[in-house]
Design a protein around this ligand. Structure first.
Ligand code: FE2
Ligand code: FE2
Length: 194
């Protein structure tokens, strides 16, 4: 990845609020530690963590426009709740900047997960869900600790807590999130898709 291409991401980074940057750094730090614990590439997972929320502060119409410009197949859930598109949009930017596809894809799927999410994607999804700045929610610290010894168990736990959060607020989960949860729960060997 050449420096000039990374600079394109740095320019977007500079426009994020300080609190968003702090969240991203915490996610990146945790993703790096989890990558090291589970034999994934810590450098690329650090970058995926750092840039996963680059599009989180775009306005809804800008998310729709940018997702379409990138060729993302915006579905009706994403159209009605464009905040869901901040993962796909940032993943597209990271891919265009040269982040290898498995790690750009981890950014794509960090909002909804995916029934076939790979290990890098699971690490980013978990790190985003359990980073210490998330505040107190039942089980966060346990899931944080579990992620180092049992990635699949932590992934299931973060999926379940995400669904519970949406349900409490009367929000409709994206079908991909439901499918991801079902897939993670039915893996017979308890290891899931690696
Ligand atoms: Fe996000
Ligand atoms: Fe995030």
């Amino acid at each position: 990845m050449s420096a000039p291409r990374l600079l394109a991401l740095d320019a977007r980074w500079e426009r994020l609020s300080a609190s968003r940057q702090a969240h991203c750094v915490r996610v990146a730090d945790l993703a790096l530690d989890l990558a090291a614990a589970h034999g994934e590439d810590p450098h690329f997972l650090y970058l995926a963590g750092l840039y996963h929320d680059l599009a989180r502060e775009l306005q809804p119409d800008d998310l729709r426009t940018e997702a379409r410009r990138q060729g993302w197949p915006v579905d009706r859930y994403e159209w009605e709740a464009p905040i869901l598109l901040h993962g796909p949009v940032a993943g597209g930017w990271a891919r265009d900047a040269g982040l290898p596809l498995p790690f750009a894809a981890a950014i794509w799927w960090h909002t909804t997960a995916h029934p076939e999410l790979d290990r890098a994607g699971r690490i980013l999804f978990i790190a985003d869900g359990v980073e210490p700045g998330r505040g107190a929610y039942p089980g966060r610290e346990d899931l944080h600790a579990l992620a180092f010894s049992d990635l699949t168990g932590a992934y299931r736990g973060v999926l379940a807590s995400t669904l519970a959060y949406l349900q409490q607020r009367g929000l409709t989960p994206h079908p991909r999130l439901l499918a991801a949860h079902e897939a993670a729960m039915r893996t017979a060997d308890g290891r899931g898709v690696q």
